[in-house]
Design a protein around this ligand. Structure first.
Ligand code: PLP
Length: 354
């Protein structure tokens, strides 16, 4: 696909938009007296509007992630980026999207809110990517395909060749959600943006970077797509406090924490495989583990009673009787295993009726 083809995918009203500009955009240089934005002149620490372009933060992320500033969008969580992709490309009531199932719930929420038809395509039984069925589900008005790798809730990554096949054969935008890439053995597609003008990658600081509360999502794409997303966003979508705090926390090196979580994950997987009430432990390339049990509701309630909350995914496609367990601190994982062992012994004695 060429950039011209991408242009044709954009909603006509968005294509025609001109960027909102603030008085602050117009000056370059040393101005010390700001009488242009009707702010309070009294310094509360927060009295000035924040940088709408998040220049400092983007420069830092560019350094860390190795992607040019012009190909980075920052949003109020990945959730803002997901919503913006809909608003840039999909005409309400006309266009449609395709997404894998099971996957992250926000794709459907945003599709419903934007009045965009969603065709969900079940993953293969082993949670692998059904490239052909995804392409078959598309029609002339299908603008986006959402995939997620490593996928939530299955935990597996899709091989790069499968994702490539989708990118090369779909005449629309592939949104690749890499929220869990920091835990993954797979190389991020963000280094291959120049090969695929129809690729939007989502990442987040909510998981490995430990900043879920600050709401900071990242999209990487061609300069053209990033410009469109930046035009449509609220001008001050990332507040000043968040910009400052994120800059500060980004000084911390996460590699040791990620290594511990990955190590804990792998030992948890081995331990989980020993329980008779656990029927399957799915391979994980992320910071959570999907587990098929003989009775997800019973296990969920038991753990809740023990003060441990996991995610019951039994109602999700291909996830009957599955729970999703996030990898915690080593001592938390130890408590989980203790509770599961208690559950197992009660199960063997027949105390828990199922
Ligand atoms: C957690 C998660 C996100 C993160 O969303 P934020 O809005 O950035 O917190 C995105 N995608 C998937 C698949 C997730 O599981």
């Amino acid at each position: 696909m060429t950039n011209k083809d991408i242009e044709q995918l954009v909603r006509p009203n968005i294509r025609a938009l001109l960027p909102y500009s603030t008085a602050r955009d117009e000056y370059q240089g040393e101005i010390g007296i700001f009488l242009d934005a009707n702010e309070s002149p009294y310094d509360t620490g927060y009295n000035r509007y924040p940088d709408p372009h998040q220049k400092a933060l983007k420069a830092r992320l560019s350094e860390i992630k190795g992607v040019p500033v012009s190909q980075i969008f920052i949003g109020n969580g990945s959730d803002e980026a997901i919503d913006l992709v809909f608003r840039v490309f999909c005409r309400p009531g006309v266009d449609s999207i395709v997404a894998i199932d099971p996957s992250y719930g926000m794709y459907k929420v945003c599709a419903d809110i934007n009045d965009i038809a969603l065709k969900e395509v079940a993953l293969n039984e082993d949670f692998s990517l059904p490239v052909e069925r995804l392409l078959e589900a598309c029609d002339a008005n299908t603008k986006l395909i959402f995939i997620c790798s490593p996928n939530n809730p299955s935990g597996n990554s899709f091989p790069a060749e499968k994702i490539e096949e989708l990118l090369k054969n779909f005449n629309g935008i592939v949104v690749l959600d890499e929220a869990y890439n920091d835990f993954s053995c797979q190389k991020s597609f963000r280094f291959r943006l120049d090969e695929f003008p129809n690729l939007i990658i989502l990442q987040t600081l909510s998981k490995a970077y430990g900043m879920a509360s600050l709401r900071l999502g990242i999209a990487y794409a061609s300069e053209y797509i990033i410009r469109l997303m930046s035009m449509v966003k609220y001008p001050y979508n990332i507040n000043g406090a968040t910009q400052r705090i994120v800059m500060d926390i980004l000084k911390q090196d996460i590699s040791e924490r990620v290594a511990i979580i990955v190590k804990e994950r792998d030992s948890l997987i081995k331990l989980l495989e020993n329980y008779t009430f656990i029927k399957k432990v799915y391979p994980s390339d992320s910071n959570f583990i999907l587990v098929k049990t003989d009775d997800a509701d019973a296990l969920y309630s038991y753990l809740l009673e023990a003060g441990i909350i996991v995610r019951n995914r039994t109602k999700a496609t291909l996830c009957g009787n599955c729970v999703r367990i996030t990898v915690g601190l080593p001592e938390e994982n130890k408590k989980l295993i203790e509770s599961l062992s208690q559950y197992e012994s009660k199960y063997e004695k027949g105390v828990i009726c199922r």
